[in-house]
Design a binder for this molecule. Sequence first.
Ligand SMILES: C[S@@+](CC[C@H](N)C(=O)[O-])C[C@H]1O[C@@H](n2cnc3c(N)ncnc32)[C@H](O)[C@@H]1O
Length: 253
Amino acid sequence: MNESSDAARNSQADLYLVGAGILFPEHLTVQTIEILENCQRICTNVPETRLAALPKEIREKCVCLWPLYKDNRKRIDNYRDVIDAVVDIVREHRPSAWMTPGHPFVFDSVSQKLLGKAREFGWTAQIVPGISSLDTLLAQIPYDPCYGLVVHEATALVRDKIPLISSLATVLFQPSIFGSDLTHHSRQYAGPSLRDLSAHLLQFYPPQHKCALVYSALSENDDARTVWEALGKLDSISFDSLRGSTLFIPPVR
Ligand SMILES: C[S@@+](CC[C@H](N)C(=O)[O-])C[C@H]1O[C@@H](n2cnc3c(N)ncnc32)[C@H](O)[C@@H]1O
């Protein structure tokens, strides 16, 4: 055991909110691995097939909650079941971890609510940074946010009529489930209409301005994609290009 893992152990939390990163397991940080080694249970929404890539001693402690994300059910109801399952495990086994893709505090309402539960039950909680899809997007484009960057959730942007500034880049999460409050992981889901999203964006950016649908690889066998399209044609983009992606709009110069 080295000095840094001794330090992690000395300041032990009851519940760790950790990020699995995007490329899995390569994006797991040394800090996260040390914490996972020290946890009694690791609750996660990383699917079982992907957990097989973990070392045996970590994988054996994983409780895969992926089956609780029921297809075509309201996401909020699925999240509630997942939170209840994690709370039940943390009651019995401490320290435990909640391991979720990307960074645990980038667009993850389960992590936010678990932090609230920890406060409610008097548990110490620690948010452990992970590599987010925001990081992989910035590397993939590439774009340095020193030139300005606004980040929103696509559906909330339109619903709340949030204005944008065309001299700044905009990143929109969850365009592939735009306008829906359901869980969609079936291959039968045909994807959303982006008409209202496109209409909102065209109030601030010109129609010929190119945006990118960015998808970062999840494993060595997966392919990253970056699909450029004019904002005025966003609604005609195929769901194969949209699936699992994040929308990047560069600044108008
Ligand atoms: C519920 S959020 C979770 C984000 C995650 N916590 C993170 O740090 O990346 C899901 C959204 O993150 C983005 N995302 C997740 N994985 C991605 C990937 N591999 N490539 C591009 N965007 C991704 C998409 O916008 C997706 O709809």
